[in-house]
Ligand binder design. Sequence first.
Ligand code: PGA
Length: 267
Amino acid sequence: MRRPFIAGNWKMNLNLASARELIAGLRAKLSPHLAYDVCVSPPFPYLFPVAKAIDGSAIKLGAQNLSTDEKGAFTGEVSALMLKDAGCTYVIIGHSERRHTIGPKDAVGRVCGEDDDMVNRKTKAALAAGLIPIVCVGETLGQRDAGQTEDVLTQQVRGGLTGLTTEQVAGLVVAYEPVWAIGTGRNATPQQAAEAHVHIRKRLASAHTAKAADAVRILYGGSVKASNAAELTASPDVDGALVGGASLVADDFLGIMMGCVTAKRLK
Ligand code: PGA
């Protein structure tokens, strides 16, 4: 069985004091030995202090982005090896807040314009440094309404993972995050999530072998809360959740873990 995984994405939230408080709140209630994986993904400046705060706990560290390049004159960029040095196990790649180029510019900054080729280069950079990529894919509302969801997912999975070995694919985490569900309070239905996950796994199987596809953990992301975590993670193809807003409050994030524990019948 794939090991369930609950990943937190803090985005550009919290400060050092509230980050430490959040970790203390999680540690107070989490056993150091869990039947599932957990990570938090703070902004870059907080990686080191958070790495220290989670030391000895079951919580692992993730970053929210990385450079495509190993080193050099790239002002403001952070390399995979630097993230590794800072204590990261995971790195989120191709989040929709970094992909979008079109539509009104809003508070989540639809300006980065990362495409599948960049996602692919970042994924390779992460793997080369020994980080586990969490590769995000997902359709916009317009694409869903136009019946393009499966095509979009196929394209993003193919483009993002091209050129990877089957072993590399087997170690990946993919996050299905319908863009219309992120930060909107409107989650996908468990059935919509399950259908998308099945489709992603099929595409992984046809491009990278059934064995590799079977090993990939596919997380659902988009308005996951303690109250809907169990139903959203109940499908056998949903291996956990990538959580934004609700990962900023210890009890909410813990509630999501408990929901997943119930759904997967973990001890
Ligand atoms: P949300 O964000 O849980 O706040 O909807 C999810 C994400 O962006 O990963």
